[in-house]
Design a protein around this ligand. Structure first.
Ligand code: CMP
Length: 143
């Protein structure tokens, strides 16, 4: 049974934006191994989002729908809630986050909160999976 392929969007971006996204992808141990055309597809499909200060972009324990690359501003990573809430670190532009739930099909492992106005690139899980699977298909055809 073949699932109907998700149409991959191509969202226009400036050359500097494409370069910044690519650099962030290549910095990640998993994304670094993607094929050239997969990197291009991911860059094309990423959508720009902005959030005000003090917004939870990701909440620990939830299902993950998107992964993100931070373009502008900063976010903090925290674990736990209420009195048990612990600051883990801050992330600066060029950081990729929210990939763990997407890659490993697990719940969100931490909360990500904007500490100022942020600009992000976001990629939906189903689009990411379409890109990753398409390489598998191409490889099979090459055999
Ligand atoms: P995910 O689990 O999908 O959502 C929360 C994100 O926070 C996670 O992906 C990582 O990108 C990030 N994250 C989790 N733990 C840490 C950590 N210890 N240091 C930095 N980033 C983290």
């Amino acid at each position: 049974k073949v699932a109907s392929p998700t149409k991959l969007p191509k969202i226009a971006k400036a050359a500097e934006e494409r370069e910044a996204i690519e650099a962030a992808l290549l910095n990640n141990a998993f994304m670094r191994n993607l094929q050239r055309d997969q990197v291009t597809q991911i860059i094309d499909a990423m959508e720009k989002k902005t959030y005000k200060e003090n917004i939870d972009i990701i909440r620990e324990g939830m299902d993950g729908t998107h992964m993100y690359i931070l373009q502008q501003g900063s976010v903090k990573v925290t674990k736990g809630s209420g009195p048990d809430k612990v600051d883990v670190c801050s992330l600066s532009p060029g950081s990729l986050f929210g990939e763990l739930a997407i890659l490993y099909n697990c719940r969100r492992t931490a909360t990500i909160t904007s500490t100022e106005k942020v600009v992000l690139w976001s990629l939906e899980r189903t689009l990411f999976q379409t890109v990753v699977k398409s390489a598998g298909r191409n490889k099979d055809q090459e055999r």
